[in-house]
Design a protein around this ligand. Structure first.
Ligand code: SF4
Length: 432
């Protein structure tokens, strides 16, 4: 097929975003014009997500929207939902390709091979288990932070999760290949790298661990900050916390999924820690790393979750050294073990519990932000919005500051004046 223009849309996690960015580069390198999803294009590539029922519904809604805005576009649905729900997706209007995770990085090649004889469904039932590389060509400078994928898949099989089916078993990117991309990103002007994967703490390429990755990225010229996106509690090595505490490029920010603060629920979820062990991890991190921000994920409405078990999570978020939570309403997934669990919690109860957890998360976030008032922080400024520049501190606080200068991709030391809503306001004149 001859493709002149393409647009991309990404649902779901940071890893999906990083993969779309790489796929987009292959199209650009192939001389294909990339346009916004609202504009006409020959092909729209949608990188799908299946983590919740909402994610599934979002794909359907987007396909309808694309058909309204751009009825001539042919649609390629790729990624996790494509891997698991081929039959459902293949029936959507104008969907010509459904490509699972094993071949999704080859989407351009597959589209070009299409001879127009009919729709193409490219799903391999198994996903290769070997360590992998990622194409690096064609990086240009769009953002200030770049996601760098080091790992894919997972062997943990938590009972609520179908990632091991959608993305396959845990595997690692070749160590030297990570460095190749890191150097290319630095050369293109990126200053912050976000280490991304499904279960990054299990990274293992010929004995090299996530700490080896961090230590080598430290030496990439031009990279000023390294951030770890999300890491499973049982896989956080002591060395990670020590590195965050030291004078190096690793940001004092830990996102560590709790999921439930009740021992029985954690067991039914097949998580590998008790609430007390989790509390031990985060207490240690808070005690060791000055100014660290710790975020978490919590699922509520898991089958059988009682009011008291929900309150355990709410109290943990309130009392423990956690600074924010991403809250997910439990959603039954067709491949996950928990789909067979009886005693489902009603939608209404789950929605109320989610609401309460989200409100508590906002309170904890506000407390953390207030604690930053009067401190000096280094901010990587990203863009100008409504007259002020916005960027992130190392400890993951969004900062606004007024300036007439172009601050895009600049690091500045600023004095934090105060918290405002879920952000901080900084005074640029007061910076040291
Ligand atoms: S650790 Fe559990 S929740 Fe996370 S991807 Fe693996 S199976 Fe899913």
């Amino acid at each position: 097929m001859n493709i002149r223009s393409v647009s991309f849309y990404t649902f779901g996690c940071r890893l999906n975003q990083s993969e779309t960015a790489v796929i987009q580069r292959t199209f650009e390198a192939g001389g294909i014009r990339v346009v916004d999803v609202s504009q006409p294009a020959d092909v729209v590539v949608v990188n799908t997500c299946t983590v919740t029922a909402h994610g599934d519904a979002d794909t359907r809604k987007l396909v309808n929207r694309i058909n309204r805005l751009n009825p001539r576009a042919r649609i390629a649905l790729i990624g996790c939902q494509a891997q698991i729900q081929k039959a459902k997706l293949a029936g959507l209007p104008n969907v010509r390709w459904v490509i699972g995770n094993a071949r999704k990085m080859d989407v351009l090649e597959l589209l070009r091979e299409d001879d127009g004889s009919g729709p193409a469904w490219v799903i391999t039932p198994t996903i290769p288990r070997g360590d992998f590389t990622v194409p690096v060509a064609g990086i240009d400078h769009r953002h200030t932070r770049a996601n760098i994928k080091i790992q894919d898949g997972c062997d943990f099989f938590c009972s609520f999760c179908e990632i091991p089916y959608a993305r396959g078993r845990g595997r690692s990117r070749k160590f030297e290949d990570i460095l190749l991309e890191a150097r290319a990103l630095a050369a293109a002007g990126y200053k912050e790298l976000v280490i991304t994967g499904i279960n990054v703490g299990t990274y293992d390429n010929s004995g090299k661990t996530i700490l080896d990755v961090i230590d080598r990225l430290e030496h990439v010229e031009g990279i000023v900050r390294i951030r770890v996106s999300s890491i499973e509690p049982t896989t956080v090595p002591d060395g990670l916390i020590q590195r965050m505490a030291g004078k190096n490029k690793l940001c004092p920010h830990l996102h560590i999924p709790l999921q439930s603060a009740n021992a029985q629920i954690l067991k039914r979820m097949k998580r590998k820690y008790t609430p007390q062990e989790f509390l031990g991890y985060i207490r240690k991190a808070k005690a060791t790393v000055p100014g660290i921000c710790i975020g978490t994920d919590i699922i509520t409405g898991f089958p059988g979750e009682t009011e008291q078990q929900f309150l355990d999570a709410l109290n943990a978020l309130k009392e423990w050294p956690l600074d924010y939570a991403h809250v997910f309403s439990y959603s039954r997934r067709q491949m996950a073990k928990s789909r067979t669990f009886a005693d489902e919690v009603s939608h209404q109860t789950t929605a109320l519990r989610s609401q309460a957890l989200r409100a508590m998360s906002l309170r904890k976030r506000a407390l953390f932000l207030n604690s930053q008032a009067g401190t000096c922080q280094t901010v990587l400024f990203e863009q100008r919005k409504e007259g002020s520049w916005t960027g992130l501190t190392g400890n993951y606080c969004r900062v606004h500051a007024r300036s007439d200068q172009n601050l895009k991709n600049c690091f500045l030391n600023v004095k934090i004046e105060r918290a405002k809503g879920q952000t901080l306001v900084a005074d640029l004149n007061g910076h040291p």
